[in-house]
Design a protein around this ligand. Structure first.
Ligand code: G6P
Ligand code: ZN
Length: 570
């Protein structure tokens, strides 16, 4: 057995290592500075405490972006030096964020061990490559992101760090080959287990969904399917699940080879960045002329986000979670016993609220960030949840889950078409959404982003001012700065965005993004509720125009930002 020793390397604090909503995200150029990654990893070990780290089994993997392979070797050497007993690595360092969560919760190692946490190497939907972003975050034993108590401690440690521990003589481990490598250190044996990135996740999905009914749908000549991984890690799962397990055609996969730079693209599944898929679905200007597939979906770099499309039809993420919640019990075996509750983030539209009310379900509105859902799920209070930022998921893990969302939609389609596949007309994605609007009303919804701003921005609460801007918007009945008291641990999160609630159920929300890697980003969320089934089929931008005008005037957006238009509209 190869032996290794431990070196204590002197270091000094580096500024700016405060983890954001989803870990530390910076340009690769920042991460490759001497000691930058090492300081953060040691600060994490220190925050977790030596007691928890010694003898632990930890997962290290990510979306495969540029610098991941080097980072994995560094983390392995530091883990060995800090007394970790085992490191688990997905083959080639690949594991989607939801798969990491599943691995922490479900996987048993070849020697019967279980893991207690993970370093996830990803900057999610941000581009990758030598000039782009890298990121690292730590997930806990429940499979969810570290709570603020831990991330605050990590940050504190980065500000006072004096040394880090590393086993420089530990050879690099071949992470391309499945198997266990064992080494001997001062505190005993240290193992690195490289395992198949997809198996555990596939097993979990098979325990949740009725794969047989989805297979029937996907093999029906009436149905057609397309999945775009945007060259992110979802590709590693898409082939296994959609093609091998569910008999989709190989040609239905777009950009499903994971690449370190995501093929030069922006791996964010929305109408702006998933260009190829959008064209294939007959939605963009550059439509291919061919008949689009019935169903299309995309994922982000680490495969926790999703976008769902029908033929020439976009499903908003806020509608998506509401529709999944409304159909889960009938269409998805995992939920056949009923839903424990549902939850959405504050800026997500109230479509889910209406479903919860109608179905008499427990409902929670939480601040932006998946960790708030995790607490509710750990306490058995929430089964399905979602965010406007293309995140949807359930209590099967403690992260949002891009492929799960696609399987949920395919399950609903399979259920609604049970009797139609042999004879009859296919119930399409668009039919399902329009039917949902007819039953529950429609929340017209749009988000305006003003990115990379240099100024600090403030909007006062001026409900009275809204009157008079336009006579065709309803009355504001409430305005506040959203604050959340976690019903499980009682913790309070303040300053979570400014919201205006209108008498007719419409809303305006302003908040600052917590994920940008440069400058400040303002997000403006505009939502118009329409209950009348004869008016739920309007063009979204047209239906929202009066509220958009009110929002821009009220906030003096142009005056404050110097921008006459948002950088992105979703
Ligand atoms: C990440 C988190 C999501 C959150 C999103 C918000 O993706 O995982 O839970 O919704 O960030 O980003 P923002 O930039 O709006 O703070
Ligand atoms: Zn992501």
């Amino acid at each position: 057995m190869v032996r290794f020793s431990v070196t204590r390397k002197p270091t000094a604090p580096i500024d700016g290592q405060k983890p954001g909503t989803s870990g530390l995200r910076k340009k690769v150029k920042v991460f490759i500075q001497p000691n930058y990654l090492e300081n953060f990893v040691q600060a994490t070990f220190n925050a977790l405490t030596a007691e928890k780290v010694r003898g632990a089994t930890l997962v290290v993997s990510g979306d495969g972006r540029y610098y991941s392979k080097d980072a994995i070797q560094i983390i392995i050497k530091m883990a060995a030096a800090n007394g970790v007993r085992r490191i688990w690595v997905g083959q080639n360092g690949l594991l989607s964020t939801p798969a990491v969560s599943a691995v922490i919760r479900e996987r048993v190692g070849v020697d019967g061990s279980r893991s207690s946490g993970a370093f996830i190497l990803t900057a999610s939907h941000n581009p990758g490559g030598p000039n782009e972003d890298f990121g690292i975050k730590y997930n806990m034993e429940n499979g969810g992101p570290a709570p603020e108590g831990i991330t605050d401690k990590i940050y504190e440690n980065t500000q006072s760090i004096k040394e880090y521990l590393i086993s420089e003589d530990l050879p690099n481990v071949d992470i391309s080959a499945i198997g266990v490598s064992s080494f001997g250190g001062p505190e005993g044996q240290f193992d690195v287990e490289v395992f198949d990135s997809a198996s555990d996740y596939v097993k979990l999905m098979k325990s949740i969904f009725d794969f047989e009914s989805i297979r029937k749908l996907l093999s029906s000549p009436k149905f057609s399917f397309c999945y775009d991984a945007l060259h992110g890690v979802a590709g590693a799962y898409a082939k296994r699940i959609f093609v091998e397990e569910l008999s989709a055609q190989e040609s239905s996969l777009l950009n499903c080879v994971p690449k370190e730079d995501f093929g030069g693209g922006h791996p964010d599944p929305n109408l702006t960045y998933a260009k190829e898929l959008v064209a294939r679905m007959g939605l963009g200007k550059s439509s291919s002329g061919q008949e689009p597939p019935e169903f299309g979906a995309a994922a982000d770099g680490d495969a926790d986000r999703n976008m769902v499309l029908g033929k020439r039809f976009f499903v908003t993420p806020s509608d998506s979670v509401a529709i999944i919640a409304a159909n889960a019990v009938e269409a998805i075996p995992y939920f056949s016993g009923g839903l424990k509750g549902v939850a959405r983030s504050m800026p997500t539209s109230a479509a889910l609220d209406v479903v919860a009310k109608n179905l008499n379900l427990k409902f929670f509105e939480v601040p932006t960030g998946w960790k708030f859902f995790g607490n509710l799920m750990d306490a058995g209070m929430c089964s399905v949840c979602g965010e406007e930022s293309f995140g949807t998921g359930s209590d099967h893990i403690r992260e949002k889950d891009g492929i799960w969302a696609v399987l949920a939609w395919l399950s609903i389609l399979a259920y609604k078409n049970k009797a139609n596949l042999d004879s009859g007309k296919l119930v399409t994605v668009e039919d399902i959404v329009r039917q949902h609007w007819a039953t529950y009303g429609r929340h017209y919804y749009t988000r305006y982003d003003y990115e990379v701003l240099v100024l600090v921005f403030f909007i006062g609460i001026q409900c009275r001012m809204i009157k008079g801007v336009r006579s065709d918007v309803s009355k504001v009945v409430h305005g506040d700065e959203f604050e959340y008291k976690d019903p499980v641990d009682g913790s309070i999160s303040k300053h979570q965005g400014i919201r205006y609630l209108f008498e007719d159920g419409s809303r305006l929300v302003f908040r600052l993004s917590g994920t940008g890697s440069e400058g400040a980003t303002i997000r403006l969320y505009i939502e118009q509720y329409e209950k009348d089934p004869s008016k739920t089929g309007r063009d979204s931008q047209e239906a929202l125009a009066p509220l958009v005008e009110v929002a821009l005037k009220l906030s003096k957006m142009q005056e404050f930002t110097g921008r006459s238009a948002p950088t992105v509209i979703t």
